[in-house]
Design a protein around this ligand. Structure first.
Ligand SMILES: [Zn+2]
Length: 201
């Protein structure tokens, strides 16, 4: 980094440079933008970052992102609480919600099982899901893990644990390209996958 910059400007460029998709040139441009911005505008950005880190927590029921103890979806009276859609990440909830077809509630696992990466079932919210299915008398669990090896493995593992609860287990139809992720699927593709979901044996 140029020694022509002051210490704090160098630090800001360095921090921007850590963001995904931001190269050195962009980091420099962003830092100069902040330098020139009005103080209240620059502080609003700093405050937004602070709030995201301080206020956002996990919903006590579904582990989705929430600013209260329970998220907005879990408190929504119009949702059918007996249908639980299981996803890997909060971003997947957003993708599925954008289709406008979901009347269910969610359960966010917090990832997928990947022993080689050191992610064991105990690192995810699987135990909580099984308890929830039993206690809430769920009618259907819709598995919406990513259609790739890790996602499929996680779905198989969970469905084996749910087998003796008597709940119906389905998964999104295979309109989703194998090896892809829920996050990057188009709205139309996801809607078809939701409507065409199939029962898991
Ligand atoms: Zn929730």
């Amino acid at each position: 980094m140029s020694s022509a910059y002051t210490e704090s400007l160098n630090k800001l460029i360095e921090e921007f440079g850590k963001l995904p998709g931001v190269g050195p040139k962009t980091a420099e441009r962003l830092a100069f933008y902040i330098l020139k911005a009005r103080a209240d505008e620059a502080m609003a950005l700093a405050k937004a970052i602070e709030d995201v880190k301080n206020k956002i927590k996990r919903c006590e029921i579904c582990y989705n992102l929430a600013e209260q103890a329970v998220c907005q979806i879990c408190t929504d009276e119009r949702r059918d609480k007996s249908l639980i859609c299981v996803v890997e990440q909060p971003k997947d909830v957003i993708s599925l919600e954008k289709t406008g077809t979901c009347k269910w509630v969610y359960h966010v696992l917090g990832g997928h099982i990947a022993p080689l990466e050191g992610i064991e079932p105990g690192d995810l919210t699987i135990e909580q899901l099984i308890r929830r299915v039993r206690e809430d008398n769920a009618r259907e669990v819709i598995m919406a893990t990513n259609p790739n090896m890790a996602g499929d493995g996680t779905t198989l593992y969970i469905s084996s644990l749910l087998r003796n609860t008597g709940v119906k287990i389905t998964r999104l139809a295979r309109g989703l390209p194998t090896g892809s992720t829920i996050e990057y699927a188009s709205g139309k593709m996801l809607t078809d996958a939701i409507i065409g979901r199939q029962q898991l044996e």
